[in-house]
Design a protein around this ligand. Sequence first.
Ligand code: ZN
Ligand code: ZN
Length: 274
Amino acid sequence: MLLAVTLSALAMTMIVGVRYLLVSGAFAAATRLRHPGLYRGLDAQMRREIAWSLASAAIYGIPAGVLAWGWQAHGWTRVYRDVHAYPLWYWPVSILLYLVLHDTWFYWTHRWMHRPAVFKAAHAVHHASRPPTAWAAMAFHPIEALTGAVAIPLLVLAIPIHVAALGFVLATMTVMGVTNHMGWEVFPRFMWRGPLGGWLITASHHQRHHEQYGCNYGLYFRFWDRLCGTDRGVGDFARSHARAKAQAQQPAGGARRLAAGGGAGARRGADRAA
Ligand SMILES: [Zn+2]
Ligand SMILES: [Zn+2]
């Protein structure tokens, strides 16, 4: 039994790690095509982002692996395979329920991690990325990774969901985690501007969190931010894209100097966070 649990945890860690490398890698490649020079000078930061993210993969993978084993061997979890076990209308409802509850969990734990002591001990790792890249999606200190890793396992123990609907939730989580950090908008304008954009979170919203800290804490929806007065609207990428363009036209040394100029901004941001 111990062997089966260990193997399941290892397999899940591998899956989470490879999923991260593939999805972040794909969006990083798309960034190179779409905005050449956007990540110029950030090589050391990206290496750090990848290292923290792979460590986080184990922290996410272990509880997921134990639960996957428990589901198979003992029927733990409310994940179901028979499409007719619940009415069809429950499909979208379960997906929305998972996203809303995960978002709620994320908003409040994220706000908690911006308390000065917790920020210093844990969340500063994530904010060390200035500006974040597509590789920063799982760049978390182990304490932060742990708060993220328990969310979906707790939900699958409590709320019924079809296995494919759960796959959809996990895919949404992965894609939004990456795209929110990659420094440009991949989604159509109506998703981040206008009536619908007023309630959804994409890169423009999370970018402002990384710029200004004490605002825009949400994950998928702006509901909690708006309710609690922490929503400061969406940022835009005009400045960073103009800088990338300028860097792309400079020799490598100049790009490094420009990137070093961003360091002062990082220090200012850290002061504000504290
Ligand atoms: Zn934060
Ligand atoms: Zn972030």
